[in-house]
Design a protein around this ligand. Structure first.
Ligand code: PEP
Length: 250
């Protein structure tokens, strides 16, 4: 039985004082959940969030990292640096990074390898544009992105990778994939992993859905058999909305 992983992605929002206030409230709301609760926060908030989340069941993640360990990469942060302060998760290859920061599948793969080398759990985002969906290419796109992201990993690393299926047209738009469509996409990703790495490995991989998930649609999405959690943007900014997604099964 796979555990549901509900991860928030704050993007470029939340000052440290807002972050501390949100996590203090959220910790109380989610203290009895059997789901994994993760907040992926801006670099500037990481240390405050780690301190505030201590002794709670909230895990803290970053939203990006560089694949090199150190060196002349002005403005960048490495996996080793994240690990050194206690970060556990990192989002890799979010569509906003692919689109605005020219992140390719090759870069994503390097980052995933570096995350594992430093004992961070990667949440790897894959997803199709509206044009790709309308052209009938969704499954080819997302399975190719998955295959490239996982290339060269050990079976154990593959099994410990979290994949977030995020149709780009559903991110921040209020449009959500139907639970059937979202489940079908997650299933195709699992089938691809099974073909390459075997059914056992594929059965263990957490595959999340992301794209305008909110308290109203979370239950239906999260009850689907191949959807193992959510990557939540807008609705993760407030403790009152995020907790309803985390506690969808209460
Ligand atoms: C995201 O940023 O990964 C996301 C899914 O955003 P939203 O929930 O706001 O659509």
């Amino acid at each position: 039985m796979r555990k549901k992983v509900i991860a928030g992605n704050w993007k470029m929002n939340m000052l440290p004082n807002e972050a501390i206030e949100m996590i203090t409230k959220l910790a109380e709301y989610v203290k009895d959940t059997n789901n994994e609760v993760v907040l992926c926060v801006p670099y500037i908030d990481l240390f405050y969030c780690l301190m505030t989340a201590q002794g709670t069941n909230i895990k803290i993640g970053a939203q990006n990292m560089h694949y090199e360990e150190k060196g002349a990469y002005t403005g960048e942060i490495s996996a080793k640096m994240l690990k050194s302060i206690g970060v556990e998760y990192v989002i890799i290859g979010h569509s906003e990074r692919r689109e605005y920061f020219a992140e390719t599948d090759e870069i994503v793969n390097k980052k995933v390898k570096s995350a594992f080398a430093n004992d961070l759990k990667p949440i790897v985002c894959v997803g199709e544009t509206l044009e790709q969906r309308e052209a009938g290419n969704t499954f080819d796109i997302i399975t190719a992105q998955t295959e490239k992201a996982l290339y060269g990993l050990s079976l154990d690393e593959v099994q410990n990778t979290i994949i977030a299926y995020e149709p780009i047209w559903a991110i921040g738009t209020g449009k959500t994939a139907t639970s059937e469509d979202a489940n079908e996409a997650c299933k195709k990703i699992r089938e691809k992993i099974s073909k390459i790495y075997g059914q056992n490995v594929a059965n263990g991989v957490i595959i999340q859905y992301g794209g305008s998930m909110n308290p109203e649609n979370a239950k239906e999405l999260l009850q689907m058999p191949d959807i193992d959690g959510g990557l939540v943007g807008g609705a993760s900014l407030k403790a009152e909305t995020f907790e309803k997604i985390v506690n969808y099964n209460k």
